[in-house]
Design a protein around this ligand. Structure first.
Ligand code: X8Z
Ligand code: ZN
Length: 474
């Protein structure tokens, strides 16, 4: 019921009803602060608030189940999936966050300044948190959609926009998925089975309501792999297609294992595979697949622009990726009571992301419910881990490919050796503790933010210079 309530959710724009996938896209392109606030407010109020009581009841029921299985609560059960104690896992995520937080802080400072320049003090003050609806995403989790607002003069003009390239070349949903399959084929993976093309859901059906939040499915633990998405022709969905296919290729790679091993090394691995592939979608790669004109490949003096565009998605996500389950761990262990659900949520968003709602929230709101994974009850730490891991995988792949240039210009498209190495890790599924799988592909046994930090190192230096003299933080 909760999942379906989310799927049927509607917001409004200029008083007119707008469905979930349309409002999500509109938050990325709309630049009118009143309309953004309306969409943000209506979505959070319409979708979240009505599910509050059912959610609180679900927490009780799920906790009963977790206790029967010998866990203190659902949060402890979720934290138990990482070959270490639940406490050590929480410490590990905090350690990883401490590693990457300085980069986030610089990005926050820079972005707030640009938003202040664009919208003025009345909409986005110079100091304090950033207004949540101005960042190009309903949950302020990825900010790449407002790259146009933050792009620096000169270096920021990267000369192409993936959405526009896809539209110019008449891509549709199928063509986008075929391009994703093409990447994996270039690494040596078998093509997707006919059933994938027959049984997946690629576009929003006109005759019924569906849950549009993208997902990947493994129906028979063999070859009946599918995705379910309401694909729009834009850069976000092009990346998400690669993300979902990463799940499917992983599932198929480990399908020879016994039942209990049919899973990723940990759930962060599962979320990171397709993203690591998508990091290879460099301008040079876009040329190789015929999307970008070779004359339009941004020169080295645009590197800061390319890195900033990536950071707006990848770095901006980190505190969000962490806080969703900080909130849930508190909910499941009883520290956060139903009466405090929404304040605790916004407190965490303020503390970790430095984000504030555009309007005051009423006492009966249930704003966390307006994010898919809360009603869907999907654990979220996996995405935080994946953000870190995907850079470890990507760097290992580029090292294996012998790449010598700046890391962010590396694409391992077409590299069969890297493909074979990747497959060796994927085939292991959950048969070994995750450090063994990580070691097989990257040579290290630790999840660690340094690959991500070295990817963004030139940007970090540049941001520090840009932010000099500003009072950062919130
Ligand atoms: O939920 C997803 C995937 C499905 S596994 C589309 N992601 C998180 C989100 O959308 O909140 C991918 C990135 C984070
Ligand atoms: Zn996923």
């Amino acid at each position: 019921k909760l999942n379906s309530a989310y799927g049927k959710g509607k917001g409004t724009l200029n008083g007119k009803e707008i469905n979930g996938s349309d409002i999500e896209a509109a938050m990325g392109t709309n630049r009118n602060p009143e309309e953004l606030a309306e969409m943000w407010e209506s979505w959070h109020s319409n979708v979240g608030a009505p599910m509050k009581d059912d959610y609180a009841r679900m927490v009780e029921i799920a906790n009963e189940g977790a206790k029967e299985l010998g866990f203190a609560d659902v949060g402890a059960m979720w934290r138990s999936g990482y070959d270490m104690s639940a406490d050590d896992f929480a410490k590990l995520t905090d350690k990883l966050w401490a590693q990457v937080k300085p980069l986030y802080d610089q990005l926050h400072c820079y972005t707030r300044d640009k938003l202040n320049e664009k919208y003025g003090d009345a909409v986005q003050p110079e100091a304090g948190p950033i207004r949540a609806d101005l960042l190009g995403n309903m949950w302020a989790q990825e900010w790449g959609n407002i790259y146009d607002i933050v792009a620096p003069a000169g270096a920021g003009d990267i000369g192409y926009d993936t959405t526009e390239l896809l539209k110019a070349k008449d891509y549709d949903a199928i063509k986008m998925v075929k391009a994703g399959e093409g990447f994996f084929s270039s690494l040596g993976f078998e093509p997707l089975p006919d059933t994938f093309w027959k049984r997946s859901l690629f576009t929003k059906p006109a005759d019924r309501e569906v849950v549009c939040h993208a997902s990947a499915w493994d129906i028979d633990n063999k070859d009946d792999i599918r995705i379910k998405m309401c694909i729009k022709v834009n850069g976000d969905d092009f990346t998400t297609i690669h993300h979902e296919l990463g799940h499917n290729y992983y599932q198929r790679a480990y399908n020879g294992l016994t039942y209990l091993q049919l899973d990723g090394a940990n759930d962060g691995f599962h979320e990171a595979i397709g993203d690591a592939v998508a990091l290879s979608m460099t301008p040079e790669y876009l040329v190789q697949i015929g999307l970008l004109d070779p004359a339009k490949v941004p020169s080295a003096d645009k590197d800061i622009g390319l890195l900033l565009r990536q950071a707006m998605d990848k770095v901006a996500f980190l505190p969000f990726g962490l806080l969703v389950d900080k909130w849930r761990w508190g909910v499941f262990n009883g520290e956060i009571k139903p009466a405090d659900y929404t304040t605790a949520w916004h407190d965490l968003k303020l503390e970790y992301q430095g984000i504030t709602p555009p309007v005051e929230r009423p006492a009966d709101a249930f704003d966390p419910g307006a994010k898919y994974h809360i009603p869907g009850n999907t654990p979220y730490s996996r995405y935080f881990l994946a953000r870190i891991l995907q850079f470890q995988f990507y760097k290992a792949a580029c090292d294996a490919a012998g790449w010598k240039g700046p890391l962010h210009r590396c694409s391992f498209y077409g590299n069969k050796q890297v493909g074979a190495k990747l497959n060796a890790m994927l085939e292991m599924g959950a048969s070994k503790p995750w450090p063994d799988a990580l070691e097989a592909f990257t040579g290290t046994r630790e999840m660690d933010g340094s690959a991500m930090i070295s990817y963004f190192a030139p940007l970090m230096d540049w941001l520090k210079e840009e932010n000099k003299g500003k009072s950062c933080g919130w």
